[in-house]
Design a protein around this ligand. Structure first.
Ligand SMILES: [Zn+2]
Length: 442
């Protein structure tokens, strides 16, 4: 086994599951391991405790006249359950046919270590880096980074930089260098509808009292019109149109057939006037994430349920403000013509969308590094998912982020049998070396 892979195996053996307090010691041990590695490659590294899991920060000796690059990654992972669906134990990494299987292999340990090893090899060969570097690794990404934004605020001066680089996104296909220049934002709501004070006999009382399950179904259905557009008044008011070059570039990157195949869905639906890839990457959406009420067991139980619940998330695009959208959604839900129920709405987490100019000097430098690493043409994409911390880098540190993802669509992140092709890991190390050189020239 190569030294690179040996090191990744060590990293992956820590069950650094941030959401489970039983693993707090493992998360801490993992942070210590990273700190030791960073020190060993010649950086000055420090572990910063937070009220949750620690942040590890390392830097080289900063010199005037060269750009400062901040590299961000996360060393925490999702829980591995359900364990029985794994082909090999999640924290005992194993390579099968050139693919490494372990929890965290792609998200984010493999990609994060590629950054560290790229930096380490450049330092070993050249004695220094062509840029000032700050490596920032957190242990709470999988639980929404609750301490990172306050940490950025508190350490704004030490973390001042010109550009951020992150590998925690995907490649559109194997071997296709992919530069992600936008992410959708998110805003979540939970709705509770209450009717009678307890579940009632539907024969005795049904017909005379409101049914919360019917009410929640109406609320859920009210979010879209018959064609698939979001029906909340004002929802699209601030949405910017897609650029012509984006529409042209994207439509060669994904097809209806591929999406049908990957999702197993019998047909595609959505907002008229946009292709499936435009709907997923650059149009705002409203999705029901969960709905529940009444009896769910075997057979029938004839009741009017006393309450019903709905979980909704909106994916947002640039210019849509999460608070404003949640306000519009609340207003819309409250004005639906429903009688005999009480409606309670609670806001969940939210974050703005992010987009940068891929044709600016940093974007171009990143694309040169990508082109040197992978043989195929570069895909310029936005992603439909959300990484709220990227927006925090913009707002707190005032800088853009280069998203240089190495994950493939079938890497099973967050799922059993999470995996990372060894080839992508090695390419990631080369990419990072090229990136440092290109950013120094930009
Ligand atoms: Zn993740």
């Amino acid at each position: 086994m190569s030294d690179h892979l040996e090191t990744l195996f060590e990293f992956l053996r820590f069950p650094s599951v941030s959401t489970d307090s039983a693993h707090a010691g493992d998360v801490k041990a993992c942070a210590d391991w990273i700190d030791t590695k960073l020190t060993a490659i010649g950086l000055s590294s420090e572990i910063h405790p937070t009220s949750g899991h620690p942040v590890v920060i390392a830097r080289n000796a900063h010199k005037e006249g060269r750009p400062t690059v901040l590299i961000y990654g996360h060393y925490d992972v999702q829980p591995a359950d359900p364990l029985e669906l794994w082909s090999s134990p999640p924290f005992e990494p194993e390579v099968r046919d050139g693919v490494l299987f372990a929890r965290g292999a792609t998200d984010n340990k493999g990609q994060m270590l590629a950054h560290i090893l790229g930096v380490g090899e450049t330092m070993a060969e050249d004695g220094d880096l062509p840029v000032n570097i700050i490596l920032l690794f957190e242990g709470e990404e999988e639980i929404g980074s609750p301490n990172l934004e306050p940490f950025l605020e508190a350490h704004k001066t030490e973390l001042a930089c010109d550009i951020v680089a992150v590998s925690d996104t995907g490649m559109v296909a194997p071997g296709v260098p992919t530069f992600t220049y936008g992410l959708r934002g998110i805003a979540c709501l939970e709705v509770k509808v209450t009717g009678p004070s307890a579940d009632l006999h539907s024969g005795v009382w049904g017909g005379a009292v409101a049914n919360p399950a019917s009410a929640i179904a109406r609320l859920a259905a009210s979010l879209h019109d018959a064609e698939g557009k979001v029906a909340i008044p004002g929802f699209y008011d601030k949405v910017e149109d897609l650029e012509t070059w984006e529409r042209e570039a994207w439509n060669t990157l994904s097809s209806d057939e591929e999406t049908l195949d990957l999702t197993g869905s019998p047909c595609l639906v959505g907002e008229p006037g946009y292709t499936e890839v435009e709907r997923r990457w650059a149009r705002p959406t409203a999705e029901i994430n969960g709905i529940g009420s009444g009896y769910q067991g075997e057979g029938s139980k004839t009741i009017v349920p006393s309450e019903a619940h709905l979980k909704i998330s909106f994916r947002l695009v640039p210019n849509q403000d999460p608070d404003e959208i949640l306000g519009l959604a609340e207003e819309h839900l409250k004005t639906q013509p429903l009688k005999g129920i009480t409606l309670e709405i609670e806001r969940g987490h939210s974050g703005k969308a992010y987009v940068m100019d891929p044709h600016g000097k940093w974007g171009k430098a990143a694309q040169v590094a990508l082109a040197q690493t992978f043989p195929k043409n570069i895909a310029l994409i936005r992603e439909g998912g959300s990484i709220p911390i990227i927006q925090s880098f913009k707002e707190v540190l005032g800088v853009d982020t280069l998203l240089l993802g190495l994950a493939l669509p079938d890497c099973q992140i967050h799922s059993p049998d999470e995996n990372f092709p060894v080839e992508n890991f090695e390419a990631g190390i080369r990419l990072n070396r090229a990136l440092l050189l290109e950013l120094a020239k930009a």
